[in-house]
Design a protein around this ligand. Structure first.
Ligand code: HDE
Length: 733
């Protein structure tokens, strides 16, 4: 439920709290609440009858004179604006960013000074699908944060993957045309698994690194609250003395980084296409505020060329084992929007919205983005005044000579709208650097004007290999299956074969395993030429160009499983969803004890039964049911508990959907618990010949009706998220 009233500011706000409430207070002036009000036209005229149009007689024709009907219908006819060409499906929330007290003085940006608190608005999105598509599509996620700083708006417009498909912005329209539904029949929606995408990729070797990320479970986040964010490009931080350092931005979620299984993601897309949106909304409503730490990898200017890749190449990351991430502060999202359109849809991000102390690098992808975002907002939001829409408005004052245009809100006073002027004493005046004026970093550039790609961008495979090598056995298995799925959807065999050549440049093992599933042999790369995105006057190069296939080793930050293991014991089970399977005759006391233990740790529970209403316990007590095997599904939960009670379990064993519920949870490697008679349902859920379900990792059982010990073990298992290694044993239950 949306809060209709904003959180009131504390009675005596400290200056910092005042800043963090300022955006909400500003937005409050625009929030409308119709409760207790008369219905009016847009001009404020009270309406007497809104249910009948004006007619010539009760059964007569409608009259053109009906200004009430015409105004209502005209507004309705215009209620949609063009959706974003990419990142159309999104969800957003308000919150704040607080810089750490011990934060090193890397930048003069005011919002990054120790202890400063700044209001933020964060929007997460999928890239390819339309607004009405599904949350769990295999895709990159957008991760955009608008900081309303005291020096103006700063937007960090990033993704949940640290690299991009292409090295030059000029290729972006091609990439997006290739991944979107095919133009002749608008099929398929929100997926890259079709010919045009893989056709483009098969002749774009620079994409191989992000393809590795996209084929991994990083593309299937368990929750938006459990994914990382990256600024992708190299940026600059400029300190108070004017010294510039290169940085890469990182957002690290405090709940850890977790994904779901591909089969699960596909089912969730049908069962609850709003899975991520709902999860973010509910977590904020119940006060479990999502949190991320913002950090930077810092490279001194003099070290610019010490890596075996180019810092300006957006298809490369800086391995965290080489340059660790330094924390700068924490973001907390603590308030849902009041109105999706006014806030989430109308928000306009722009990587060119920077404040003094933050500057750009010459990454050719970033440079191109600096043009595109304003251009797209002009079309999407209808004109040059989109910065005046409440959600986009800066908190600090705006003054310049820009006037007029569609939907201008400000009523600028005075005769002058130019500079310099004498009539208004030359106001608004330019700010000196010491007064907070933005001065671009004076980088020295001496060059020929050329259309070219830097030779330092040519190694397309080493970091793709680094990613592949860094994954655990199960994670590699998921990637192989994902590639078989994706390329298996390609109808043209020549495209499939080309992709195998490219994969063989990353890893022969990977290519061979994908080829097996496609029923093809890996073709030789020998003699296969490609125009490596250079002009028509340059000869095509062989696919193998770039450094030889060295073993690039591993980086410890690239595998979600390795990171989860490193964090074992530290992660909480807060907000995890547990399904409790029970029906009439269940041991309700044991259920109540387990529920209490789980909820004390912040987890959420739901009774899933054969019918809605209440279930009756062994001793006649009753308990409310939250869902049935028809209305909900195992894929919507993180863990499953099968309650004891012989009569209940006997009924569940007869119910094919209940049996499937447990079976699926097992296949998706989730923690499962069962007590007393409940153990019988686990046995019934195992396929014949499967490894013994009761001995599997992450399955905890107890013959005892008392659930105290079981609850502890179950919660420890839940804190590990999943037991992916189950997939290595024969075929799981
Ligand atoms: Fe974007 N991108 N992009 N992009 N992008 C847009 O701007 C573009 C790129 C990203 O929640 C558009 O307002 C170009 C990289 C996010 O509202 C558009 C290039 C990264 C969002 C656009 C890129 C991103 C967008 C569409 C290549 C990660 C959603 C609507 C040069 C660092 C923002 C809009 C939101 C949105 C252009 C590449 C992230 C068309 C030309 C790299 C998170 O302007």
């Amino acid at each position: 439920m949306s809060k209709s009233k904003p959180t009131p500011p504390p009675a005596t706000p400290t200056p910092r709290e005042a800043v963090s409430n300022a955006k909400l207070e500003e937005l409050d002036q625009n929030r409308e609440d119709s409760h207790g009000q008369f219905l009016t036209t847009n001009q404020g005229v009270r309406i007497n009858d809104d249910h009948n149009s004006l007619k010539a007689g009760e059964r007569g024709p409608t009259l053109l004179e009906d200004f009430i009907f015409r105004e209502k219908m005209t507004h309705f006819d215009h209620e949609r604006i063009p959706e974003r060409i990419v990142h159309a499906r999104g969800v957003a929330a308000h919150g704040y960013f607080e810089a750490y007290d011990n934060n090193a003085s890397l930048t003069r940006a005011a919002f990054l000074q120790p202890g400063v608190k700044t209001p933020v608005f964060a929007r997460f999105s999928t890239v390819a699908g339309s607004r009405g598509s599904t949350d769990l599509a295999r895709d990159t996620r957008g991760f955009s944060v608008k900081f309303y700083t005291e020096e103006g708006v700063y937007d960090l417009v990033g993704n949940n993957m640290p690299v991009f498909h292409i090295q030059d912005a000029a290729k972006f329209p091609d990439l997006v045309h290739a991944v979107k539904p095919e133009p002749h029949n608008e099929i398929p929606q929100a997926t890259a698994a079709h010919d045009t995408f893989w056709d483009f990729i098969s002749v774009t070797p620079e994409a191989m690194h992000i393809i590795m990320w996209l084929m991994s479970d990083r593309a299937l986040p368990r929750s938006l609250r459990m994914m990382e964010g990256f600024g992708v490009h190299t940026f600059r931080l400029i300190d108070a003395a004017g010294k510039s350092r290169f940085v890469k931005f990182h957002w690290k979620p405090l709940l850890g980084v977790h994904g779901v299984a591909w089969e699960e993601a596909q089912q969730v897309s049908g069962k609850d296409p709003d899975f991520h949106r709902r999860d973010l909304w509910n977590s904020i409503e119940m006060g479990a505020y999502p949190e991320w730490e913002l950090g930077v990898q810092v490279v001194e200017e003099e070290d610019e060329f010490k890596f075996d890749f180019d810092l300006l190449d957006p298809t490369k990351l800086i391995p965290e084992d080489l340059v660790p991430v330094q924390p700068l502060g924490k973001m907390v999202l603590n308030r849902n929007v009041d109105n999706y359109f006014a806030e989430t849809e109308q928000v306009a991000f722009h990587p060119g919205h920077v404040v003094p102390g933050i500057d750009f690098s010459n990454d050719p992808l970033l440079q191109g983005r600096l043009f595109s975002y304003t251009d797209t907002q002009l079309k999407r939001l209808g004109g040059p005044n989109f910065h005046e829409i409440p959600i986009n408005r800066s908190l600090c004052p705006m003054h310049n000579g820009q006037r007029d245009g569609h939907m201008r809100q400000a009523i600028n006073k005075g005769q002058t709208s130019y500079s310099p002027n004498l009539l208004n004493d030359n106001f608004p005046k330019q700010a000196k650097q010491a007064e907070g004026g933005f001065v671009s970093h004076p980088e020295r550039i001496e060059a020929h004007k050329v259309r070219a790609r830097s030779k330092s961008f040519v190694d397309h495979y080493s970091q793709a290999r680094l990613f592949w090598n860094s994954q655990t056995e199960v994670e590699q298995m998921h990637m192989v299956k994902a590639l078989r799925f994706e390329i298996g959807h390609v109808l043209q065999e020549s495209i499939r074969s080309r992709m195998l050549i490219l994969l063989s440049q990353v890893s022969e093992d990977l290519a061979a395993r994908v080829a097996e599933g496609l029923g093809l042999a890996v073709p030789s790369a020998e003699g296969v030429q490609i125009n490596l995105n250079v002009g028509a006057d340059t000869d095509p190069a062989p696919y193998q160009s770039g450094p030889a296939k060295a073993d690039t080793g591993r980086d410890s930050a690239l595998s979600m499983a390795v990171t989860a293991k490193a964090n074992a014991g530290k992660e909480s089970i807060k907000t995890r969803h547990v399904a409790i399977l029970a029906t009439d005759g269940a041991d309700l006391e044991a259920i109540a004890d387990l529920m209490k233990a789980l909820m004390d740790q912040g987890a959420q529970t739901a009774i899933v039964a054969t019918h809605l209403g209440s279930i009756k316990g062994e001793n006649g007590q009753q308990m409310l049911v939250n869902g049935t095997f028809q209305s909900t599904a195992s894929v919507l939960y993180d863990a499953v508990y099968v309650a004891g009670g012989a009569a209940s379990v006997a009924k569940l064993k007869q119910d094919a959907d209940a049996v499937r519920f447990v079976n699926e949870a097992y296949r998706h490697c989730k923690p499962i618990a069962a007590s007393a008679a409940g153990i019988e349902l686990l046995k019934a859920a195992a396929y014949p010949g499967a490894t013994d379900i009761l001995d599997a990792e992450g399955v905890v059982t107890s013959d005892d009706a008392q659930v105290g010990e079981l609850a502890k073990k179950f919660m420890a298992a839940m804190a590990q998220h999943r037991f992916w290694d189950r997939e290595l044993k024969a075929m799981p239950a």
